[in-house]
Write a protein that binds this ligand. Structure first.
Ligand code: UT7
Length: 322
């Protein structure tokens, strides 16, 4: 039986830091409102780096951490809602920057759950026996889809990237991954593609920005995150006490607190870095896991659950022994 494990992780955020106080110069808001409602203190906002640049930096760190010859990577998946082009994909451009050739590379979009979708796909492709070492990346420049005049949304998002190398293993470390979706056909969380074109007019397409019904998203998140954690535990015959950490999508500290309460898991097991990064969509989960490792919070041999929700509405969770 083929098993999988995390060989290495890396993350990167652009150097430009924007605090809540900085945002008070742009919209009618306050540090008190943002921090008390979301747990966010600051976020990183790109000025000259694109999604491919963030992805490359996180990927190179993960490859170095994995101590693997880059040529042994045979699969690259990038999860993003902010690809630099409709095509080629971020993954295709990343392939060249990493010096890889003739391997399978593709992008996926499952919004903030995208990294767990990528993990599920790569995990199953390795377990099929066809691939050995996958590079999976979550990378976003979400602030370019932000409406900087909408205080309901602009305070929430940031830019960043995170990456894992996951590999074929004799030990069963990536124990289970769940992904799913519940169609958000009412558009509670949406960023539209350009409108259809009349060939006779050929009007230049405009890029939409993020629209969000925060309360509906909050309701979905606080229902789906606990139920996904419970499902993972049940499917794997595990008790909550055996879980050392829960590393959730960093969208709002209050969502994570509410999920912890529903699950009856103490907050000291719920890792938080939202205060420094805001919501970085598909980058959020690998960025948080990499930081938890580098800070010495998540240690080798410990067991954790990662769980996410996002536009779509999508959700995902994984049970992993690090
Ligand atoms: O990856 C998925 C992405 N999205 C999410 O995870 C979002 C989930 N939802 C949330 O996190 C919360 O719903 C928010 C943080 C977005 C909003 O928190 P809330 O407690 O649901 O606030 P609210 O939308 O009910 O707004 C309360 C008040 C309103 O004023 P009135 O109508 O009561 O006078 C808003 O206009 O707060 C006002 N408000 C703000 N005030 C200062 C909204 N945004 C701001 C702001 N600064 N930035």
């Amino acid at each position: 039986m083929i098993h999988t494990k995390i060989l290495g992780t890396g993350s990167y955020a652009p150097s430009n830091v924007v605090t809540n106080d900085d945002l008070t110069k742009i919209v009618d808001t306050s540090d008190e409102w943002i921090y008390s409602r979301t747990g966010i203190k600051k976020r990183h906002i790109t000025q000259d780096e694109y999604t491919i640049d963030l992805a490359e930096k996180a990927a190179k760190k993960a490859i170095k951490d994995a101590q693997i010859d880059v040529n042994n990577i045979d699969l690259v998946i990038v999860a993003t809602v902010t690809p630099d082009n409709a095509f080629p994909g971020v993954s295709n451009l990343l392939q060249k920057r990493l010096g890889l050739d003739e391997i399978m590379t593709f992008d996926i979009n499952a919004a903030c759950s995208g990294f767990i979708y990528a993990l599920n796909i790569a995990d199953k492709m390795i377990k099929s026996g066809s691939y050995k070492n996958a590079l999976i990346v979550g990378a976003e420049t979400l602030t370019r889809l932000t409406d900087w005049s909408d205080r309901n949304t602009c305070v929430l998002f940031g830019d960043g990237a995170g990456a894992f190398v996951i590999s074929k293993s004799n030990e069963n470390k990536i124990k289970d991954v769940i992904t799913g979706s519940v169609s958000d056909d009412e558009g509670h969380l949406i960023c539209q593609s350009p409108a259809l074109k009349d060939p006779a007019k050929n009007v230049i397409s405009k890029q939409d920005h993020i629209h969000m019904n925060g309360r509906e998203v909050f309701k979905f998140a606080t229902r789906i995150m606990p139920s996904t954690v419970e499902k993972l535990l049940k499917r794997n015959n595990m008790k909550k006490a055996a879980i050392d950490h829960v590393i959730a999508h960093q969208a709002n500290a209050r969502i994570i607190q509410k999920a912890a309460k529903t699950l009856n898991i103490p907050m000291d097991k719920m890792y938080l870095n939202i205060q420094k990064y805001g919501n970085t969509s598909a980058a959020s989960v690998p960025l948080a896991i990499d930081q938890a490792i580098k800070e010495g919070v998540l240690k080798r041999g410990e067991t954790f659950i990662t769980v996410a929700f996002g536009g779509g509405f999508t959700y995902g969770g994984a049970l992993i022994e690090f």
